[in-house]
Design a protein around this ligand. Structure first.
Ligand SMILES: *[C@@H]1O[C@H](CO)[C@@H](O)[C@H](O)[C@H]1NC(C)=O
Length: 465
């Protein structure tokens, strides 16, 4: 298969924060002549960005439906469809039925000539299926290496050596991190994290178990990162996982087409003057949080565009913010990348998900982070440590004030104290926005994938062909 085209199956978790980087990786691989089968629900496929025409022939969506699961809302096929976070375990339970589905698809040759399965942490059953059919598999981690390192080796995730047994364990630097770092959880975060993360949920397994098995069972781990950004963490991760960690680059997403009112509004603002505010697709802000953010934006006196998801807004708030005239609240879909790319944007108030960080720093925006769930707290502290961001101050119970938001925004956007941060954020475009560099990583990772396909599984790889 020297130099030949590979057939790669992509199996992302049912969340847009995962589906989108899996799709970006698919596009990057397709551009280099490889064939992609992308497995997700019909409803998710309909909601993904359209594939550019030159690539449509190389990316084949395998559209499936999920079974009806008790407690899971009808037609819910991504986390964005869930009215509350405590329904996630039922979506995982529905997702886990794909193990049989995947087995059948390969068995019946509906997916054939497969070279490798690239899967997400939630699909912990992939390594077993892959082994059964003699196909190698790669866990694709859509997280920062620093945050993954904090969670540790598979043994720590699977209840063995280094396993965390109490909330406090998430608030200290674990023994396996050999250098100083401030990137640990705050007590209020670890309270939220510990139970749902470490204890089996309605799907029958815990989140940490899914991670542990996915790492342990894959031949290589692909990661959305690069050596320019976090060399020490990538190296550490290789030691912790005891297998090749292959950075695929940052996968800077392509800018969407289409007009939006926010772009016209931004045309009228001064260069670098405006803050873009968005908290991603997973975070559901409560009304008190929305209120404080609104107060903070008003106190900062900065122009802003706020992408605010419907359903979380106190009555009358949008009108009262917009009446004051220095901001725009968008409750529909917004072209986030086109907004971030707009010259009027100077800063980005974000929850600090890895996708949003990549997007903000690709355009060198000053980052103000207000982490909410998952690994966002670790990302935030890591960015602050690197001098790329300021984190909004929190009280012991995790609450924040409008005043804290305003102070952080002013520091990041124009105060002298934030000068270094702004300079460093701008320098980030050299890495985050560097197409050539990120393309190099994709090429390199294809060579690694090829090696895995031809060496380790050399005798078996044609068994499905
Ligand atoms: C689910 O999808 C079907 C088919 O598109 C539609 O007829 C039905 O109204 C949807 N149900 C809900 C609750 O959205």
């Amino acid at each position: 298969m020297e130099g030949g085209s590979l057939h790669i199956l992509m199996l992302p978790w049912l969340a847009f924060g995962h589906l989108l980087p899996f799709l970006e990786l698919s596009k990057s691989l397709a551009r280099k002549g490889h064939r992609i089968s992308f497995l997700t629900t019909t409803r998710n496929v309909a909601r993904l960005p359209t594939i550019p025409p030159p690539l449509t022939a190389s990316i084949n969506f395998i559209e499936i439906t999920l079974p009806q699961i008790e407690h899971l809302p009808e037609n819910a096929t991504a986390t964005i469809d869930l009215p509350s976070d405590d329904l996630r375990p039922y979506l995982r339970k529905a997702f886990d039925t794909l193990d049989q589905k995947l087995s059948d698809l390969i068995q019946n040759k509906e997916i054939s000539s497969l070279d490798i399965i690239v899967f997400d942490y939630a699909a912990h059953w992939v390594p077993q299926i892959a082994a059964k059919f003699g196909v190698p598999c790669a866990f694709f981690a859509v997280f920062k290496a620093s945050s993954l390192s904090f969670f540790g080796p598979p043994s720590a995730l699977l209840g063995g050596a280094g396993a965390r047994t109490k909330e406090e364990d998430f608030t200290m630097l674990p023994a396996w991190i050999p250098f100083p770092s401030t990137a640990v959880y705050r007590p209020f975060e670890s309270r939220e994290l510990f139970k749902p993360g470490c204890i089996p949920d309605a799907s029958g397994v815990s989140e940490t178990y899914r991670f542990g098995i996915s790492i342990q069972g894959s031949q290589i781990v692909l990661i959305r990162s690069c050596k320019e950004l976090e060399p020490e963490w990538l190296q550490l991760l290789g030691q912790l996982y005891e297998k090749p960690i292959i950075p695929v680059g940052l996968l800077p997403p392509s800018i969407e087409q289409g007009w939006h009112a926010a772009l016209d509004w931004l045309d009228k603002q001064e260069q670098g003057s405006t803050v873009y505010v968005a908290f991603g697709s997973e975070v559901k802000l409560n009304s008190a949080q929305v209120q404080e953010i609104a107060i903070g934006l008003e106190l900062s006196e900065l122009p802003f565009v706020w992408a605010l998801r419907a359903g979380s807004v106190p009555a009358g708030l949008v009108e009262s913010i917009q009446d004051r005239g220095h901001g725009l609240v968008c409750m529909d879909w917004v072209p986030q990348l086109r907004i971030l790319a707009h010259a009027s944007i100077g800063g980005f108030l974000t929850h600090g998900g890895w996708n949003s960080i990549v997007e903000g720093l690709a355009f060198g925006r000053a980052m103000v982070v207000l982490p909410m769930i998952f690994e966002q707290g670790l990302n935030a502290r890591n960015l602050v440590e690197k001098g790329f961001a300021v984190e909004v101050p929190r009280k012991e119970d995790g609450s924040f004030t409008g005043d804290g938001i305003a102070k952080s925004l002013r520091l990041a956007m124009f105060e002298d104290e934030g000068e270094e941060l702004r300079t460093k954020a701008k320098q980030c475009t050299n890495v985050f926005g560097n197409e050539e560099l990120n393309d190099f990583y994709v090429s390199e990772s294809i060579e690694h994938i090829r090696r895995i396909c031809s060496s380790r599984f050399g005798g078996l790889e044609h068994s499905t062909k």
